[in-house]
Design a protein around this ligand. Structure first.
Ligand code: ZN
Length: 212
C-alpha cells in the first residue's frame, strides 16, 4: 500500500479549513466517473476553488486509485464536504449528529465501470486504509457508512447495488482490525516517499498528522 500526502489548498469549496468536532464514522464513496485516476479526481477537487463552472462544494480526506494508490487530500482533523444534504437518515442523525460532514471522514474510491466495480488493488487498500483510520480513532467496522446510508444518494454505487459486497467489505475490515482472529501481521504497506515498509499508523505518528 502506498499513501501520498497531496493536500488541497485551503479554499471555501473543497477545503474550508474548519476542524472536525469529532470523528464518529468513516464514509465510503465512489467518484462516479469510471477509469479516472486518483490524481485526476484530486485535481478536480482542487479546481473547485476557482468556481469556473459555478459554485460546487465537494471533497473527501482520502481517495484510493485504480492501482491502489492513496492520496491524502485533507488532514484528518479537518472537515471535507462529502455528505452534505438537506435530508439525513434517522440513523445518521442519531449516530453522527445534525451535520455529518463535521463528524465523519470520507474516502473516495476510483472504479472501472458505471456499476462502481473496483480493482482488487483498490479494494485491498481501501480495506487497509479504512481499518487503519478506524483503529486510530477508536472505531470499528460498525462505524463504516455508505454515503447512501446517510443521505440516500446512490453512492458508493457498487455497495448500494450489491449489499452482500458491502457485508464482504466490512468483514474484510473487521479481519484487518483483528476482530475476527486475523491480524494485520501479514500486511506490509509501503508509504511513498519514506522508502521503507511501515504501517500507516506509524506514518501518522511520525508525521504528526491525522491525530484529532
Ligand atoms: Zn458519495
Amino acid at each position: 500500500m502506498n499513501i501520498q500526502k497531496d493536500f488541497l489548498s485551503i479554499n471555501k469549496y473543497s477545503r474550508p479549513g474548519r476542524k472536525l468536532t469529532a470523528v464518529k464514522g468513516l464514509v465510503i464513496h465512489w467518484v462516479a466517473n469510471p477509469n479516472t485516476s486518483a490524481k485526476g479526481n484530486r485535481n478536480y477537487f482542487e479546481s473547485l476553488k476557482n468556481a469556473a463552472g459555478g459554485e460546487r462544494w465537494a471533497s473527501t480526506q482520502y481517495i484510493v486509485g485504480l492501482q491502489g494508490e492513496i492520496l491524502y487530500m485533507i488532514p484528518e482533523n479537518e472537515m471535507a464536504y462529502h455528505v452534505g444534504s438537506t435530508w439525513y437518515s434517522e440513523r445518521a442523525k442519531r449516530e453522527l449528529g445534525s451535520y455529518p460532514n463535521a463528524t465523519t471522514l470520507g474516502i473516495e474510491c476510483c472504479h472501472t465501470d458505471w456499476n462502481g466495480k473496483m480493482t482488487d488493488a483498490t479494494w485491498q487498500n481501501l480495506v487497509l486504509l479504512s481499518a487503519d483510520i478506524l483503529r486510530r480513532h477508536g472505531l470499528n467496522e460498525s462505524n463504516l457508512w455508505r454515503h447512501y446510508d446517510i443521505t440516500g444518494k446512490d453512492c458508493h454505487r457498487w455497495f448500494v447495488k450489491n449489499p452482500d459486497e458491502w457485508d464482504r467489505f466490512r468483514g474484510d475490515v473487521a479481519r484487518a482490525l483483528g476482530r475476527e482472529g486475523v491480524s494485520m501481521a501479514g500486511f506490509t504497506p509501503v508509504i511513498a516517499g519514506i522508502g521503507s515498509a511501515m504501517l500507516l499508523s506509524t506514518f501518522f505518528l511520525t508525521n504528526g498528522a491525522g491525530v484529532v
